[in-house]
Design a protein around this ligand. Structure first.
Ligand code: GLC
Length: 737
């Protein structure tokens, strides 16, 4: 860059820094950006709306050759899938020193459940119900990612899902909008902290906007169609919660909604996101999402798709190259206004400014800090405890906890796999960083005989005999079964949710030999466990538990950690029940077990799920006193209090997540039989009691009424409190608006 121009730009930036521009939405507007835009050419502006991938990772259907030249020529201002402080420093140097204006590159990456220290998959961590811990996991991820030169993560994934066939259910927070909203806010705060310009925070990205988690038939990328009412009440809240928590970017989703692809859906990106919510950041496409509108049948070619997207509020093009190839002519022809283009550019540059990149483009490229902050003992210790507390004890006839120092048969290919512990989207997590498989970890606490038995895929039964022999020779038996970690995640939908292969056959044979079998599950979705739940003596849902997951599983199996996880998603008895979730409607012919024909039920299976939302056992037991209400009615902006006393009636310390559900008996539209409206985690020693109280407010009773206005209605309500959505006590109250 020539010296005169550099001096001129520095002078303009310095001058502008004095004035304070108004805040725009949740992004501080940088006056530096206005002055920079005054000297940018149209080509340079378009370059800031282009995001290409490096060749370090493959996260989509196409790659970009020559991305460094794109950067050098000002055609690409943002890069994903590039990290380490060395590599990002070199790329940043090209942008800062070899382009006319030296605008820094924004480096993005999928930091989904940890960066180098990998935590449980998101569906697993959502069973933790501990917002402080979930926020801490995001903070640690940001600390490690920012130390590796990254500025921006494509997380939190806020897609509500009641569809276990969908592989990406593994990346979300389950079925509930209330729990999902708390989690998306916690993760956003964890990533962004209080200062986006700090060298240990990164920008969050709310994805996939919107309702991507409801693909018909559970097939990834498939059509999404639902009423506006259902969308706003059950799918939208977690996205809004992340935006309200200050997220500076949003990613459009691959699906269409109500016939319009999200990548050109102005109802989503303009009316809801900006007009209703006041979002001030930028919207990025998903990988080639703009291009894919041709296949959707919504755009006739890439130029048309680019025009539709930018005019609907989509600011940055990930990997379609449509903006790079066509925006100039679209602006010159007037099909895209200069105002629209400038608005998109300003949003992107405001985020770069908020990250401090104009002050110090190399702020995040520090090899020493990268070494010091990654995979620290503290991070791993946190990960081990966080992972253990994300596990859910689904069944236990008393066989757990296991005894230490007792010969234990450990069976199953997944038991010895370190790679599967990391899940499908481990990003920069490396299997070399995994200190122990489940088998390794159990070996450290008790004598072990191992037999693979069978793999998690295929029908090879040749290992069955050795597994049976191992079981017969041992005093206790652990069988680790489930899915290959690549059987969930993106483009990994299944038409069945059975435990794959011949693993269940092996379980049957082991149980038939007279042994009590403790099953450990590694899976990325709710599975049909109807058969396994009959045969196994215990089932511990471990998900894909992350870098420290081997030790975490052993900690729970041998009682060093008392499991406290609660399901964030319903486990059906079989796929035929799907979709099945706790906030179901009562229907006009509810199944009330009177045995008459004309009721809403199946001929071959009961209506209740196998394991309900909120279910999770402990090695201790908890007793709930009767619910006490401070009054049985309230009105206007008043409130009442609902209280119960929880007592640990068992022999070990334990943590219980006390859940509050509410039902509105009559509404201007039908209302669910119960909705989660609050929860509180209490840790109690044996014999200890604690009173837990919830304040019942009009907001808790609010919903989209028949005229689509949001608010409560007068009437009678049921209130439920308990340790699971299907294990509650009931009270009644009324409310007068
Ligand atoms: C992928 C995913 C998205 C991810 C992006 C970048 O296709 O849909 O979740 O953040 O591309 O890797």
């Amino acid at each position: 860059m020539n010296r005169t121009l550099t001096v001129l730009i520095a002078a303009i930036l310095a001058l502008a820094a004095c004035s304070r521009a108004p805040e725009t939405g949740n992004i501080p507007h940088s006056p530096k950006v206005d002055s920079l835009m005054k000297v940018m050419t149209l080509d340079e502006k378009i370059g800031q709306l282009v995001l290409f991938t490096s060749d370090w990772s493959v996260t989509g259907p196409s790659m970009r050759q020559g991305y460094l030249d794109d950067i050098r020529n000002g055609r690409c201002g943002n890069l994903l899938n590039a990290y380490t402080s060395d590599f990002t420093r070199e790329v940043q140097r090209i942008a800062v020193e070899e382009t006319r204006l030296g605008i820094p590159i924004l480096f993005g990456y999928d930091v989904i459940h940890g960066f180098r220290t990998i935590f449980p998959i998101n569906l697993g961590m959502s069973c933790n119900w501990d917002m402080a811990a979930i926020q801490e996991s995001a903070r640690i991820a940001a600390e490690e990612a920012s130390a590796a030169g990254l500025h921006w993560t494509y997380s939190p994934m806020c897609d509500i899902c009641v569809e276990p066939r969908w592989g990406r259910v593994s990346e979300g927070a389950g079925e509930d909008p209330y729990l999902g909203s708390l989690i998306s806010a916690a993760m956003t705060k964890g990533y962004q902290g209080d200062d986006l310009a700090a060298d240990n925070t990164i920008a969050a990205c709310v994805k996939h906007f919107a309702a991507y988690g409801a693909p018909q038939a559970g097939r990834d990328y498939n059509t999404v169609d639902m009423s506006e009412r259902w969308f706003r009440e059950f799918y939208l809240p977690p996205y809004k919660s992340a935006v309200d928590a200050g997220a500076v970017s949003v990613m459009a989703s691959f699906n269409e909604l109500d016939g319009v692809p999200a990548h050109a859906n102005a109802h989503l990106m303009q009316e809801i996101l900006r007009d209703e919510w006041g979002f001030g950041g930028f919207v990025v496409s998903d990988y080639t999402g703009i291009l894919e509108m041709i296949a959707h049948g919504y755009a006739k070619d890439l130029k048309d798709a680019s025009r539709l997207s930018i005019n609907a509020g989509l600011d940055m093009d990930m990997m379609s190259s449509g903006y790079m190839d066509y925006l100039k002519e679209l602006v010159e022809s007037g099909e895209v206004s200069m105002k629209t283009l400038d608005q998109a550019v300003r949003r992107v540059l405001d985020v770069k400014a908020a990250l401090g990149l104009f002050d110090d483009p190399y702020r995040y490229c520090d090899t020493q800090r990268e070494k010091e902050r990654t995979l620290t003992a503290e991070n791993k210790a946190f990960a081990r405890e966080f992972s253990a507390r994300s596990m859910v004890l689904l069944k236990n006839d008393g066989v757990l906890p296991l005894k230490k120092g007792v010969k234990t048969a450990v069976i199953g290919a997944l038991a010895s796999s370190k790679d599967d512990l990391l899940g499908s989207w481990r990003g920069a997590g490396e299997v070399e960083s995994v200190p122990a498989s489940i088998l390794d970890a159990i070996k450290e606490v008790t004598p072990v005989i191992y037999a693979e038995g069978c793999k998690e895929i295929g029908d090879d039964r040749s290992g069955f005999d050795a597994a049976l022999a191992a079981a017969r020779s041992a005093d206790q038996v652990v069988l680790v079964i489930g899915e290959d970690c690549q059987w969930s995640g993106e483009a990994a939908s299944r038409s069945s949710i059975n435990v794959p292969g011949v693993q269940t056959e092996l379980l049957e044979k082991l149980a038939a030999s007279g042994k009590k079998v403790a099953v450990v599950l590694m899976n990325g979705r709710p599975l049909d466990l109807s058969k396994e739940s009959e045969i196994a003596s215990a089932i511990l849902e471990a998900w894909f538990p992350g870098t420290m997951g081997g030790y975490a599983v052993a900690d729970v199996l041998f009682g060093d950690v008392n499991p406290s996880g609660k399901l964030s998603i319903t486990f059906p008895r079989n796929l035929g029940q799907v979709p099945i979730y706790h906030y179901a409607k009562n229907t006009g012919r509810p199944y009330v077990h009177v045995g008459t024909k004309y009721e809403s039920r199946y001929l071959d299976v009961e209506n209740e799920p196998l394991y309900a939302f909120g279910h999770g056992l402990s090695y201790t037991s908890f007793d709930y006193s009767d619910i006490r209400l401070s009054a049985d009615k309230f009105a206007g902006n008043g409130s009442i209090t609902a209280s119960v006393t929880i007592t640990n009636t068992g022999a070990v310390d334990g943590t219980e997540t006390v859940q509050l559900y509410i039902r509105d008996l009559v509404g201007s539209v039908t209302r669910p039989v119960k909705q989660l409206k609050g929860f509180e985690q209490v840790s109690l020693k044996p014999g200890e009691s604690r009173e837990v109280s919830f304040t019942i407010t009009p907001e808790m009773l609010s919903f989209y009424r028949q005229d689509m206005s949001w608010g409560p209605e007068s009437g009678d309500f049921h209130l439920f409190i308990g340790g699971a959505s299907d294990d509650v006590q009931k009270a009644e109250f009324s409310y007068e608006i």
